[in-house]
Design a protein. Structure first.
Length: 543
């Protein structure tokens, strides 16, 4: 065998062997997992290759890490994203191989005479061989781009799960608060009925109490429906049915101080966003592809082969063959224009992504600062003032300076302030999750200890069953108010606490003139609206 023949045979052997080697099964998946792990902790038992794993669901309320872990195992959208790695791997598998050789066979017989002409040929496309290195390089780069994009989508899912988890916990907290309000209002309405039956309040006051109780129950029902919707949204992201046995907590951490610099966060986002890195990789790939297209635009289909032909007289002819396309009509203008357009498109996408990352980061920081400012305003200002207003109104009702309706309105506004405060805390954490998504990774203060917000039980003590003393209802007494004082434990739930009203609504109140003409003593004076010290609560820390 000649040296040239040996070289050709060796090259053919190398090509055949290299084309038979497949990619490792973990190629692409391991790299993607590592990219995700650089931005946030991952469950140790989670693998992108596993499709039949079922995560355990804690019996305790789900933490935010539990929710993200379950979503990584079950979320259908994330599984769909990981299938893109399979397509990228398939493209790389094809790019690493040259086209199969062609085997030809021709048998010709004359109409008259004896003999048969037989021609056998073996040909191989040379263009694939010439472009093998470039195709492999571009396919590997595309797989890397897909890895970045899929990892970015996984981090985006984690951010979405965090935001919905905060919404679910906030909704549960508001629902618990509204249910407590409803139970307190219903108990107050029951007490009002007993006051009415005892002749201490009139029909108008009773109906006001009943209407307030009904409205409170409607508000509680709506809050419960909101909590159920939030649960459905979280279940969908975790890939769980809502009927599954799992719960979330009912208390969010208190908002943190926002000490981030906008410029520092923007720089962090530009370095951390994996979708931005994927866009940059796409531009580099299109630039490389354009260079390859320009270099090989004149080369069409080229085939080299070998033929063996036996003539009718038995003589055998053999020799190499070459077939190539002449670039007379098509010099690759379309391929070149397509490569240029793809490069322009990816550059435009990258520029848009760069602008969006910077704007989203600054907007996310602004939203976080606004949310914290609102929550802090409710904590230190609005909620304490509403509590003080209720306390002052209760005192004025006790002195019969205002009616029960004013107290009911003050209490409703107090409850609305509680709900608005809880909503503001929820909005802060949702905004923080959005900012983390805009940055593309961990925030500088992630991992620092947080303080829980003031729980519903601390804001509103659970209504206690109150009993009225009717022991003197059948007796004549000089004190028309005897036997109608509520226990102290029910004061928070009942606007009639301390009411001193006549037993018989047809009898005049013998103390009415004294209340109107006499100035209360210092101990009896209703507190002034600006005396809030004893009513102020710290709603940012545990008492």
């Amino acid at each position: 065998m000649s040296p040239l023949s040996r070289s050709v045979a060796a090259l053919a052997t190398v090509l055949v062997l290299s084309g038979c080697v497949s990619l490792p099964r973990e190629r692409g998946y391991t790299e993607t997992r590592d990219l995700i792990a650089q931005q946030r902790p991952l469950p140790t038992d989670w693998s992108p290759l596993a499709t039949d794993q079922s995560p355990s669901i804690p019996t305790t309320p789900l933490s935010i890490d539990d929710a993200v872990r379950i979503a990584f195992f079950n979320n259908p959208r994330l599984r769909e994203e990981f299938t893109r790695l399979g397509f990228g791997r398939a493209e790389l598998e094809d790019a690493r191989r040259i086209a199969n050789p062609s085997l030809g066979y021709l048998r010709l017989s004359p109409r008259a005479g004896n003999g048969t002409q037989i021609t056998g040929s073996l040909s191989l496309g040379l263009t694939d061989l010439l472009l093998l290195s470039a195709r492999k390089r571009l396919a590997e780069g595309e797989l890397e781009r897909i890895q970045l994009a899929v990892a970015g989508a996984a981090l985006e899912l984690a951010t979405e799960v965090e935001a919905v988890w905060y919404e679910a916990v906030g909704a549960e907290q508001i629902a618990a608060m509204r249910d407590l309000v409803a139970r307190a209002s219903e108990q107050s309405a029951e007490l009002a009925q007993r006051f009415f039956d005892a002749g201490n309040i009139n029909r108008l006051q009773l109906e006001q109490e009943r209407a307030a109780a009904s409205q409170a129950r409607i508000d509680a029902t709506r809050a419960g429906a909101d909590a159920l919707r939030a649960r459905h949204a979280l279940a969908a992201l975790m890939g769980l049915p809502t009927s599954a046995s799992w719960t979330v907590g009912t208390q969010l951490p208190a908002p943190r101080d926002v000490g981030f610099s906008a410029d520092a966060l923007v720089q962090l986002a530009l370095e951390s966003r994996l979708d931005l890195a994927a866009a940059k990789r796409a531009v580099a790939l299109r630039e490389d592809a354009l260079g390859v297209t320009r270099r090989w635009r004149w080369v069409g289909d080229v085939e080299v082969g070998y033929e063996r032909e036996r003539e009718l007289d038995g003589e055998v002819l053999r020799g190499p063959s070459l077939a190539l396309a002449l670039p007379l009509f098509n010099q690759g203008q379309g391929a070149l224009a397509r490569a240029q357009a793809e490069l322009q498109q990816t550059r435009a996408e990258l520029n848009g992504k760069l602008l969006a990352v910077q704007n989203d980061t600054r907007l996310g920081l602004d939203a976080l600062q606004v949310a914290r400012s609102i929550a802090e305003r409710y904590r230190v200002d609005i909620v304490p003032r509403r509590e003080a207003i209720v306390a002052h109104t209760q005192a004025q009702v006790n002195f019969m300076l205002v009616g029960v309706f004013e107290l009911l309105l003050a209490k409703q506004q107090e409850y609305d302030a509680y709900q608005a405060y809880l909503e503001a805390v929820r909005d802060y954490w949702v905004a923080r999750a959005a900012l983390r998504g805009a940055v593309g990774g961990r925030l500088p203060d992630d991992g620092e200890a947080t303080e829980p917000t003031l729980g519903v039980e601390a804001i509103m003590p659970a209504p206690a069953a109150a009993e009225m003393d009717h022991s003197q209802h059948g007796e004549k007494s000089n004190d028309p108010h005897a036997g109608h004082h509520m226990p102290k434990s029910a004061d928070a739930a009942d606007p009639h606490a301390g009411h001193a009203m006549p037993q018989d609504r047809s009898e005049p109140d013998p103390h009415a003139q004294h209340r109107q003409q006499a100035e209360p003593t210092k101990a009896e004076k209703a507190p002034e609206p600006d005396e809030e010290a004893e009513h102020t609560h710290d709603h940012g820390e545990q008492p």
